[in-house]
Design a protein around this ligand. Structure first.
Ligand SMILES: O=C(O)CCC(=O)C(=O)O
Ligand SMILES: [Fe+2]
Length: 191
């Protein structure tokens, strides 16, 4: 992803870190969230209309092994001085699921969003709200960690492409069921 735009977003704190977790760690995390997800049917649409064919949960208590992985995420992704949400968001997208362009609410979510992608690769598209011609696709491989901060967090919508549209550099990126594990921090109170 060597574009000038990506370099600008990286300078603002955005990143994609390939192979952030290993295969064993991916399996461990997936196994741990599976029983929580399995109880629920896939929903067609989120209340705000952004997410399709998904199920989700939030988790506060994790096994020791998972806590260590999540701590690694927190250590690389978050600035130390900003309080983080203790709850971790777990989102399970069906093979046919996708996420439409949106910016996470600035009321509920702070400067940084950090997401681990498990089980399937996908393409995340970032589009500038100001100038929609400024857009960029990120390849989110299985076991990668993405970090949205700075302009990538506040000035660009993000979305996860549906299987039919899932191409990167002209290459098909077949979408399978994908679980993302997302940590966020809190908005700073107005000073
Ligand atoms: O699944 C992901 O990695 C992104 C989820 C997302 O954009 C959201 O929950 O706001
Ligand atoms: Fe989002």
């Amino acid at each position: 992803m060597p574009s000038g735009l990506w370099r600008r977003l990286q300078a603002g704190g955005a990143a994609v870190l390939r192979g952030f977790v290993g295969e064993g760690e991916e399996a461990l995390l997936a196994r741990e969230v599976e029983p929580l997800l399995r109880r629920r049917p896939y929903q067609d649409q989120h209340w705000d209309g952004a997410i399709h064919k998904y199920r989700e949960t939030e988790r506060l208590h994790w096994s020791q092994e998972s806590r260590e992985i999540l701590q690694r995420v927190r250590d690389v992704a978050f600035p130390p001085q900003v309080p983080q949400l203790a709850q971790v968001h777990v989102l399970d997208l069906d093979k046919t699921g996708y996420i439409k362009p949106h910016i996470d609410s600035v009321k509920f979510c702070g400067c940084t969003i950090a997401g681990l992608s498990l089980l399937s690769p996908s393409v995340m598209r970032l589009v500038s709200e100001q100038n929609p011609r400024d857009c960029l696709d990120l390849l989110l491989e299985r076991r990668s960690l993405y970090i949205l901060r700075g302009p990538a967090r506040y000035e660009f919508t993000h979305e996860i492409l549906k299987d039919e549209e899932s191409f990167f550099d002209g290459q098909k990126i077949p979408r399978e069921r994908r679980i993302s594990i997302i940590c966020r921090n809190l908005p700073l109170p107005p000073s």
